[in-house]
Ligand binder design. Structure first.
Ligand code: NAD
Length: 352
């Protein structure tokens, strides 16, 4: 019998090529006057040129956002926001930049306008993963949900094909875990199925022709669906493993997601048959795990944790960390089975 709880995540979404031209109007809409613009190292100059239209609304630019939001960066950015008397943040970039915006909002309540330039989906969630002392911890708080999200696919045209493919698989991973989450609901399920379908079609087009604006628009649309799907559900074993591998072993976030995903799906195969059927059907494949693996191979992605810096003698520690404080998951995370999952991912084996 159908039964669910749905708490929608209220944010304003403006989507379309050229949408970023309305950024100043979005700042005004929030009643803000002094925006602190956030970005990652090396992208500050191009972002500065892009936000020139903010005029006097621009309080400053902080271009030191880092992956996995190290606590010391969050503390530094919060101090800068305070010193500049910022009354809103514009997070212009991928999940690292948006995560920093959330970290500022968490303690200051400053509204965040997100301008995503990757497919991380972070802009739609009230979740942040911050790293302290070599451990990544996630927090969920409604104050961190970006109030406005401006999706402009033109801003993704310069994202390299390989980064785009990995980032798109990060988005698909959100859809996958939303489908088998214990608190999945009819809305998250619809969004997740459509997110997988749209991304699985768009990503090969993006890789084949990174400057194709139509392919970019579809991929960014898929990222929105993915972010919106898991905004209302819990994270499972797959995200837990990626948080351990990223936070403790400093592996690159999107590629870690991409490599671990087929193995996490195989792990949950027998415990979540309905989700598996939906994933496979959205991919147009017979099987969820091999469907994802084959899509990634077609995208030219790296398939081995060994190739992105994971030491083989760290696998046991990662399995221990992931099973000692697990996220809820259809199949309970057991040490031996999770270690085997990680070994398969380390070697890049096609799921059996
Ligand atoms: P990222 O934000 O670190 O970006 C990756 C690299 O691409 C960076 O060097 C960045 O400068 C560059 N870049 C970004 N946009 C570009 C563009 N358009 N053109 C050229 N270069 C560009 O990577 P990411 O994968 O988007 O984000 C990873 C982070 O996001 C992790 O810390 C992860 O925990 C977080 N995340 C959070 C959520 C959530 O809901 N809380 C969801 C997904 C990811």
């Amino acid at each position: 019998m159908r039964s669910f709880t749905y708490a929608g995540a209220p944010s304003r979404v403006v989507f379309g090529a050229g949408a970023v031209a309305g950024l100043a109007a979005e700042v005004d809409r929030l009643g803000a006057q002094r925006a602190l613009v956030l970005s990652t190292p090396g992208r500050g100059a191009s972002v500065r040129a892009s936000v020139a239209s903010l005029g006097e609304r621009l309080a400053g630019i902080y271009d030191r956002a880092l992956m996995h939001v190290p606590l010391e960066v969050a503390l530094d950015a919060r101090r800068v926001a305070q010193d500049l008397r910022a009354d809103c943040c514009i997070a212009w970039g991928g999940g690292s930049t948006i995560g920093l915006g959330k970290a500022i909002a968490l303690t200051s309540g400053l509204p965040v306008i997100a301008v995503p330039t990757t497919y991380s989906g972070s802009e739609m969630t009230a979740v942040v993963g911050m790293t302290e002392g070599g451990e990544k911890k996630t927090q969920r708080d409604p104050r961190m949900l970006p109030r406005t999200v401006v999706y402009d696919p033109d801003l993704t045209l310069a994202l390299p094909a390989a980064t785009s493919a990995a980032s798109g698989m990060n988005a698909i991973a959100h859809c996958v875990e939303a489908l088998y989450a214990h608190d999945a609901n009819p809305v998250s399920t619809m969004l997740a199925e459509e997110g997988i379908r749209v991304l699985a079609e768009a990503l090969p087009r993006v890789v084949a022709a990174p400057a194709d604006p139509g392919a970019r628009a579809e991929a960014l649309y898929g990222a929105w669906l993915a972010g919106a799907s898991f905004a209302t559900t819990s994270l499972g074993l797959h995200h837990k493993l990626c948080h351990v591998l990223g936070g403790t072993f400093n592996l690159p976030h999107a590629e870690t997601h991409s490599i671990v995903l087929p193995h996490a799906i195989r792990y949950n195969h027998d415990a979540a048959p309905d989700a598996m059927r939906r994933i496979a059907s959205s991919l147009g494949s017979e099987d969820a795990a091999t469907g994802i693996y084959d899509l990634e191979t077609r995208l030219g992605l790296r398939m081995k944790l060994a190739d992105i810096g994971m030491p083989s003698d760290g696998l046991a520690r990662a399995a221990k960390m992931a099973t000692e404080s697990p996220y809820p998951n259809p199949r309970p995370p057991a040490y031996d089975a999770v270690l085997e999952l990680l070994e398969n991912a380390h070697h890049g084996r096609r799921p059996a």
